[in-house]
Design a protein around this ligand. Sequence first.
Ligand code: ATP
Ligand code: MG
Length: 717
Amino acid sequence: MERVTAAPTQPKLALDELDAEQAAAVRAPRGPVCVLAGAGTGKTRTITHRIAHLVASGHVRADQVLAVTFTARAAGELRNRLRALGLGGEAGQVQARTFHAAALRQLRYFWPQVVGDVPWKLLDSKFPIVAQAAGRAGLSTDTDSLRDLSSEIEWAKASLIAPEDYAGEVARLHRDAPYDAKKVATVYTYYEALKNTPDGLLLDFDDLLLHTAAALEDYPSVAEEFRGRYRSFVVDEYQDVTPLQQRVLDAWLGDRDDLTVVGDANQTIYSFTGASPAALLDFSRRFPEATVIRLERDYRSSPQVVSLANRVIGAARGRIAGTRLQLIGQRPDGPEPGFAEYDDEPAEAAATARKIAKLLEKGVPAAEIAILYRINAQSEVYEQALTEAGIPYQVRGGEGFFNRPEVRQAVQALRQAANRDDLPDARGADLVTLVRAALAKVGLTKEEPVGAQARERWSSLMALVQLTEELTAHDEELDLSGLLRELAARSEARHPPTVQGVTLASLHAAKGLEWDAVFLVGLADGTLPIQHVLGPDSTVSDEAALEEERRLLYVGVTRPREHLQLSWALARSEGGRKVRRRSRFLVGLVPDDSPASRIAPHTTATRGPKRVHPTCRVCGRPLLNTTATMLGRCSRCPADIDQELLTALKDWRKEKSEALSLPHFVIFSDTTLTAIAEQRPSDDRALVAIPGIGAKKLQTYGADVLAIVRSRARAEG
Ligand code: ATP
Ligand code: MG
């Protein structure tokens, strides 16, 4: 690594921003420190202040500190908080990185000393090599199998299990492997061998860590140089460490003990990747002289949210649960968390969008609102509902629905089917069958497959089938090309990612983060907890996996500062059979006076008024798709767009977006402007009747827009 001569750093020390226990962890003398505490108690704040304190008191230089965590976003969060304390991320400052990024840097620097001039290359993806290995082993090389094999190899490497030990360990751990363990072991063996190519070594992400540890373990000169350079180590979210990462950490430390770790065993949600809270829970056994601090005060969430969080985790069982502490809310009172049950997912999504619109009107910034769900495939219906409501959003920790590889492949397969002239002209139920058949070619199976990746992919494909069912239910005449037009319109109508938007994220991607308002959606049994931890008849098949699902809910419940809404739907598609019920984790949590609690599972009662579809202002027929709803007319009915007005509106939007430094679609989407140019609203009332324009937009931009429409009318008249 490059040597840097750092200007002495003077961090801003702010011990008054800490409570007594946090300050004790911050001031603890050099040596091992462990903060074991619940969500929102200030663990991340404590480690950043501890680093500042160690530097300010002269224990270490800023550039001798290495702070690590697990995701790029969490590392970014650490860097931001360090920067606020005057310990920025520039050279000569504290290094805050992911384990992988730190290892990559170190390996680049030490490689010549260790391996000489053998060239190496980092693999972006395991896929091509796993495909070759699977082919050699005589296994299927379709995308689903390759994904499952790749995750299995990743799990084995993260758990420090070599190919020859894999089958034995799978048996010992009763692991639910995607294929016969011996076969996986063969693929794993080939995979490792194939990375040694005549042109040099190919390294995957796990190899970065393995080689870094080996360089430090086996080459005293490397260890000496490294340990002279870095003296103090800090790990955030330590409950998620894998045995491989722990080995790297041990290699960094050598026989030193200047290590601060913080974590919450009750937020362990990455066990499937090999992560384990054992190192966190055993820390004081390994370092008997360690300062161990427990924090109980929750500074993030209102007492109402904290109380629910305590009840969620209070029901947990097992060793991990035994370490929990009751959180004590420190913030002012806020609203009680809300619970809501809906007939189907589209109704749940539409209601969520309406509630978000209300929060935006009250002045809660969009970037302070999140919708969190169990699996990424759940985002589709929310992307749709937010688009229809004209609310900008960003999908985190996964791609927007239409950008997912499986969805692109599926749309491609549907296009191919549309181009064949030997297929019947299918409509209604026949269209659904035809779509299922076309998607079978890209991996849609009848039964939900085994393997997390395969399931995720399957769920995205099922979301497309579900969408087809819904559209055909509303429009008996819809055929395949009509469906493709609708999919294209939906994909187009959606906004590109925006930092000012509402966040859509999976619960896994939400760890460590916080928002003012959080909507936990899709809390149906079989989604959270997810189906595959339940046995037939919804009995529990895997107790440990069920507890991990409960922890996921706990992570979700502990994200909001103030507003928390939990919801679920009884059917998947609109008007579908109501076969679902609320998550078993919510039993006993929904208060008696909540409207949701009065709804017995499996009943058909209590839907609000059936969603009324708006009608076309040209032909009067119901409008069934997004673009049509936003335009207020069927796409086939004649348009009456005032092109000059549209140009004037777009010019105005451009000026505004520059003046306010906002992306233009945050002001108004193209579809909304087109609708204005068609409908030429003359007053506030006509303007808010256009989808995408709520009270907030009316207040901010209404006068401008109406003035443009009027001046254009005068020019015409
Ligand atoms: P998680 O387990 O979710 O990662 P955490 O324990 O790391 O949570 P932080 O993110 O550090 O918690 O803190 C939660 C929130 O409380 C942050 O907004 C932080 O700035 C604030 N906070 C922490 N400690 C204090 C304090 N002593 N006084 C005021 N605010 C605090
Ligand atoms: Mg944290």
